[in-house]
Design a protein around this ligand. Sequence first.
Ligand SMILES: Nc1ncnc2c1ncn2[C@@H]1O[C@H](COP(=O)(O)OP(=O)(O)O)[C@@H](O)[C@H]1O
Ligand SMILES: Nc1ccn([C@@H]2O[C@H](COP(=O)(O)OP(=O)(O)O)[C@@H](O)[C@H]2O)c(=O)n1
Length: 231
Amino acid sequence: MENGAAPTAQPVIVAIDGPSGTGKSSTSKAVAAQLGLSYLDTGAQYRAITWWMVTNGIDLTDPTAIAAVAGKPEIVSGTDPLAPTITVDGYDVAGPIRTQEVTSKVSAVSAVPEVRTRITELQRSIAAGAEGGIVVEGRDIGTTVLPDADLKIFLTASPEARAARRSGEVKGSDVAATREALIQRDAADSSRKTSPLAKAGDAVEVDTTELTLAQVIECVVTLVEEKRAGK
Ligand SMILES: Nc1ncnc2c1ncn2[C@@H]1O[C@H](COP(=O)(O)OP(=O)(O)O)[C@@H](O)[C@H]1O
Ligand SMILES: Nc1ccn([C@@H]2O[C@H](COP(=O)(O)OP(=O)(O)O)[C@@H](O)[C@H]2O)c(=O)n1
């Protein structure tokens, strides 16, 4: 190394996939913040396009109607892990995309190939533009969006743990109903034809059922550091 300068860390691309409530968002944000990487929540993008379709009265039982307008909304994601943002046509939708209505409809929209093509292009261009590296979380990042990612993680947890975590976020919510809704959404996301929720062959699987969030974060940070060190 010339001048004895410290080696600059190579930009690293980390893909974190898994079903709902496994800790993807919390882990990805913390890992990105700790390692100085950008962060992209791809679920928020599918939620944003779904919010736009609901708001514009699109018939979400009709894949042809969804496909016909898939290119219309302009979705912009801010990738600072300490303050991620999401807008649709300039409107801040961070709150509206988390409603029960959007959550119950997002799988129907995300299954439409034209929607996936559009959002996948957006995701690839954001990842390519993240000069210092990025953590991208979703369902098909390791398999389809970024198959050449430097590190792929697939998070899992029991349906009971996932439902308890999710209902812990919403005051007065029913764990059994949350569990059923999660299982249904996983089934829809895993069985769709175009880039379903799946573990990439070269992903490291981490079962988070018995782990604290801090333990999961530490595990992923260690895996990234080992990758960077060429181990
Ligand atoms: N290992 C864990 N143990 C306990 N709670 C967790 C764990 N990982 C995440 N959580 C909590 O579970 C909820 C869902 O986590 P989140 O990161 O949003 O999951 P996902 O993005 O996979 O849906 C959040 O309230 C989060 O704080
Ligand atoms: N890469 C991705 C990310 C999300 N999605 C879709 O977007 C939905 C919402 O994703 P999310 O990550 O916000 O869901 P939660 O795990 O936060 O509940 C999923 O149920 C999928 O239908 C997808 O199809 N592909």
